[in-house]
Design a protein around this ligand. Sequence first.
Ligand code: FNR
Length: 179
Amino acid sequence: MNILAISGSLRASSTNSALLRAAAELAPNNVSVTLYNDLDDLPHFSPERDKENTSEAVNRLRALLQAANAVLICTPEYIHGMPGVLKNMLDWLASSGEFVEKPAGVISASPSDMGGSRAHAALSYTLSVLTANLPEGASLIVPFVRTRIDAGGHVTDPVLIDELRGVIRALVKAIELRN
Ligand code: FNR
């Protein structure tokens, strides 16, 4: 099984990317979690380049998503919404339909007590409009993230480790039900 992990943060030392790396390490042996590293390469969405003259970065993203059994997105909250780079990525996928019925996990993480819950809600809503399959157990909000990982980006909180394991388990179950 192949899960494509997408971080909504472009920061090199992103806490959200760190959570995805931790989830990858916690995944069982038969599940490979691959981090998508090219969010920064996507051009701004333009309907005129959606079906013709599409950029290589967009073609690559669509191919990666087609090949993935499931997707796991972990995002920060910017101004009470999802980061523009993430929404931009989803705009490229509206007409091409890679998210249709695709099992998708949604995590938000923030240093605040809210854990980026508004970004989580916005992202979940957009994915549901794209008709992704959002298993309940694959949804997670992570408050106070900076106190739960160390300087090297390793998760130190056992509760969070369990929660990340649970997200992967829920995605695996959704993949199995689909096959
Ligand atoms: C933020 N941050 C933030 N946090 C939050 O909980 N709610 C919010 O609305 C915002 N808004 C916001 C806007 C902008 C422009 C920035 C740069 C930051 C703080 C944010 O959660 C924090 O920087 C995280 O550490 C970002 O995640 P990464 O990059 O560590 O994954």
